[in-house]
Design a protein around this ligand. Structure first.
Ligand code: AMP
Ligand code: MG
Length: 349
């Protein structure tokens, strides 16, 4: 299959002819990749079981890992869920369109192929003009996981999508770099006390401010034996090909440790990658050193996380040493993804 990449935004305007063509592909059961504010998505008609199956095939995604359904308005929500709890209405008012996915009991219209066999469904209204236009053009319901091969870092540029999906899907809409760079927060509202299943740009404190008590799935905390409730969170995920090791502790000690480790790697004939920040990169003396962003703005770290992991893949490094980035706000989501990418390997200094 030949994959076409189309520039979808020029001078901040969305090309509606291309949106219509992409919408037609999806309505007819095909796949198209598109930008959202979190990461690039691989879209199919969420209400068509055959179309959902194609997503799993193109990504090599395990079939028990459910897809998020993307909608463009609140009316669309009512048709795919059994019931919209008041707390969900409140969260939607505050955070939709935006990087928040909510889980509901599903209605009969949603095929089990889309939900990985579950009776619940994950729904999000993305905050991106291209995504919203495409959802409308495609009939209102787009199932879309991140547009990467299963297990690889999520795509934050159309070029990343092409790396993984070239020859597998007919169309990639290129809307440039995404804004946030890590996947949505997932909160389960299908019963009991709301529970965060995956941290993201909407933090647990932001959710608590709106709906009161919210729990965090113990399965996503740093604990290799935990069993997360979001099926996708149990897979080794977001990972670069090289071994990734995080180093955590006081700034000076971290710099020293990473310099030591990268030096040792060089001595034994290995190529090391080093992930630092604008503030620290000048202090590293060995390996290929990259800045992930600035500590004065954690959003920049989220934006560049997956891009940097992909760059190190392309440069064929053997091992990557990274600083850790626990920070308030989006810091929890950054660390969640980095620890998963590292298979939980973190050295304390
Ligand atoms: P992705 O779209 O690639 O960011 O992955 C979607 C994530 O949402 C995966 O971790 C899924 O396991 C999770 N998810 C989707 N639907 C559900 C659901 N009904 N219940 C729990 N987790 C879900
Ligand atoms: Mg994904």
């Amino acid at each position: 299959m030949k994959t076409i990449v189309e520039i979808i935004t020029e001078n901040k305007r969305t090309n509606m002819d291309i949106i219509d063509a992409a919408g037609k592909i999806i309505r007819e059961g095909g796949l198209a990749a598109f930008p959202t504010e979190t990461v690039y998505g691989l879209g199919a008609d969420a209400l068509n079981p055959e179309a959902s199956r194609k997503i799993y095939e193109a990504k090599g995604r395990p079939s028990d890992n459910p897809l998020i359904i993307h909608i463009a308005d609140m009316e669309a929500l009512e048709k795919i869920v059994l019931h919209v709890p008041t707390k969900a209405e409140k969260l939607a008012e505050h955070f939709w369109p935006g990087p928040l996915t909510m889980i509901f009991a599903k209605s009969g219209r949603v095929p089990l192929e889309t939900t990985g066999g579950l009776q619940t469904v994950a729904v999000r209204m993305p905050n991106h003009p291209v995504a919203l236009a495409l959802i409308r053009a495609a009939g209102g319901y787009i199932a879309a996981p991140s547009a990467n091969t299963s297990g690889r870092p999520s795509p934050t540029l159309a070029e990343h999508v092409a790396e993984d999906m070239d020859g597998r899907i007919p169309l990639i809409l290129d809307g440039g770099a995404v804004g946030i760079g890590i996947e949505s927060t997932i909160v389960d509202l299908s019963g009991g006390i709301p529970m965060v299943l995956r941290p993201g740009a909407i933090t647990i404190d932001m959710l608590r401010d709106v709906i009161g008590e919210v729990r965090i799935d113990p399965g996503i905390e740093v604990n290799p034996s935990a069993h997360p409730r979001a099926p996708g969170m149990k897979y080794k995920h977001y990972a670069p090909r090289a071994e990734l090791i995080l180093v955590n502790g006081a700034r000076e000690k971290v710099l020293e440790k990473i310099n030591d480790l990268a030096h040792q790697a060089a001595e034994s004939g290995k190529t090391a990658g080093v992930i630092g920040t604008d503030e620290s990169c000048g202090h590293y003396r060995y390996g290929i050193v990259k800045s992930i962003g600035t500590r004065s703005d954690a959003d920049t770290i989220a934006q560049h996380l997956y891009k940097i992991l992909r760059e190190f893949d392309q440069q064929d490094v053997d091992v990557i040493y990274s600083e850790s980035f626990s920070a308030p706000g989006i810091g929890q989501a950054i660390m969640n993804r980095l620890l998963k990418a590292a298979g939980q390997k973190m050295i304390e200094v």
